[in-house]
Write a protein that binds this ligand. Structure first.
Ligand code: DX5
Ligand code: ZN
Length: 223
């Protein structure tokens, strides 16, 4: 059984898009661990957000690791550019990759931490053969595409299952959850075995970002 640090990765998807530099600076002073950047292409998911130039601009404004979540079709086309832009963790959606092993190995060869995300309907079995190439597995707890959706609590079973697998194989893999993570769900996800928590609407749009982060950390405490 491995214990990994509990990390909070606020998603800037819910921040003021006209002031993202200020948002990351605020996250840094509020004690966030990572900055989660949601990249959407209007093809893999219905929404369109931001791309490499914004990641490069954010990298100049913060020392926090940029945790880039690619919700895009054919991510292989863009791995090198996101690496050059300053991503530290690069996560692809398993459903978007025809050759997932190669994609994960490429991310590592670029010197980044490799992540794979799976949608609610995608079973753990689909990534089990490539777990050894993953530094992070992201269990989506909503359908990807939009912030502010309701946490799907049945995904906790997938988190438990993955945690067991990772422990059995003694792998060094972060287990991340993303979607609907708020004060009422973060502790449940931690108990199930997750250790990296993405929260967008739970951090931004609540008034005081630092206070929202403190509340999430308090709710994270596993008894
Ligand atoms: C959803 C994104 C999430 C999103 C989470 O497609 O991957 O990172 O920003 O937002 P909340 O925390 O509001 O569900
Ligand atoms: Zn995300």
């Amino acid at each position: 059984m491995t214990t990994r640090p509990m990390l909070i990765a606020p998603s800037i998807l819910s921040a003021d898009m006209a002031a993202l530099g200020d948002a990351v600076a605020e996250l840094e002073s509020a004690g966030a661990d990572w900055v989660h950047v949601d990249v959407m292409d209007g093809h893999f998911v219905p929404n369109i957000t931001i791309g490499m130039p914004v990641v490069a601009a954010l990298a100049k404004r913060t020392r926090l690791p940029l945790d880039v979540h690619l919700m895009i079709s054919d991510p292989d086309r863009y791995l090198d550019e996101f690496a050059a832009a300053g991503a530290k963790v690069l996560t692809v959606q398993a459903e978007a990759c025809l050759h997932l092993y190669r994609t994960l190995e490429r991310i590592r060869a670029l010197g980044l931490r490799s992540g794979v995300a799976i949608n609610p309907a995608t079973p753990i079995e689909s990534i089990e053969p490539v777990l050894a190439c993953c530094d992070l597995v992201l269990i989506m707890t909503v359908e990807p595409g939009f912030g502010g959706q309701k946490f799907i609590s049945s995904m906790l079973d997938k988190v438990r299952w993955l945690k067991r697998l990772v422990d059995e194989r003694q792998l060094s893999v972060d287990i991340q959850v993303d979607g609907g993570i708020k004060e009422d769900s973060i502790g449940l996800a931690a108990q199930a075995g997750a250790n990296v928590f993405v929260s967008g609407s739970g951090v931004f749009g609540q008034g005081d970002v630092a206070a929202a982060l403190r509340r999430l950390r308090a709710a994270l405490t596993v008894d």
